[in-house]
Design a protein. Structure first.
Length: 252
């Protein structure tokens, strides 16, 4: 596999971006315009032409085009095998999120079992499931991880939580306190134990005001973390018919 700076007009896509992904692409384009592309895309040379098919990093391609880049850093391979792509990502230590998405695709779309992936690509069972956890993170969480050099192991520990606010809160704590893996593992375990204790206590009381205040603070910390990662975000709330509506706006 070779590394090139490929001209944008030499690249083609067989899979267009989804409508739901466009907001993420706009945010990523702003980040690329400011910091450059940190993780190259992967492309496959199309035989007998001077064109290349983008096989990994479709969002990054769209974001680079939106940022008006003339050329884009790319790893070029000639193998079309999905499993081979995963092996390449593993060997070259490319973006862990792209690697995780490729693994998930092989399981969901190609029907490979975890055992077959472990045998075919050389993963341990622990490595495989640790990577698959990362697919729960959204694009802005992934950018926070990338920009702050958070290890895949730490990101995986945080990704074990289902609530996006909790994940963002933990990412903020990791960045501010510069926590190591063992410290993050201890923190996550403490959060899990704390959640079980709170769940039992809720049976005896209904602290609605306190819960809403805690929710407001968690969202505010999430917005602060986004801003620290270079993403312009604002939180708005509005009272409607006895309920509160929250909106998070990512500015263009």
């Amino acid at each position: 596999m070779e590394f090139y700076n490929l001209k944008m007009d030499r690249l083609i896509l067989l899979k267009p971006c989804e409508q739901a992904e466009r907001g993420e692409i706009v945010a990523l384009a702003r980040s690329i315009a400011k910091h450059g592309l940190l993780v190259p895309i992967t492309a496959r040379r199309i035989l007998h032409t001077d064109r290349y098919e983008v096989i990994s990093g479709i969002k990054r391609f769209y974001a680079c085009r939106l940022a008006r880049m003339n050329a884009i850093p790319a790893y070029v391979t000639e193998t079309p095998s999905e499993l081979a792509r995963v092996i390449i990502k593993k060997k070259e230590k490319q973006d862990c999120f792209e690697e995780a998405e490729a693994l998930r695709s092989l399981i969901v779309n190609e029907g490979l079992t975890p055992e077959e992936l472990c045998d075919g690509a050389g993963y341990s069972e622990k490595e495989l499931y640790s990577l698959l956890k990362l697919t729960k993170m959204g694009e802005f969480e992934r950018e926070i991880v990338r920009r702050n050099g958070i290890s895949p192991e730490i990101a995986s520990e945080i990704a074990s939580f289902d609530e996006i606010c909790k994940r963002t809160e933990l990412l903020s704590e990791v960045i501010q306190s510069r926590l190591k893996l063992t410290e993050v593992q201890a923190l996550c375990e403490k959060e899990r134990r704390g959640k079980r204790v709170v769940s039992k206590a809720k049976a005896n009381r209904t602290p609605k005001f306190r819960d809403m205040r805690l929710f407001d603070n968690t969202l505010s910390r999430a917005i602060t973390t986004l801003k620290e990662a270079g993403i312009k975000a604002n939180l708005m709330s509005e009272q409607k018919n006895g309920s509160t509506e929250y909106k998070i706006r990512i500015e263009n």
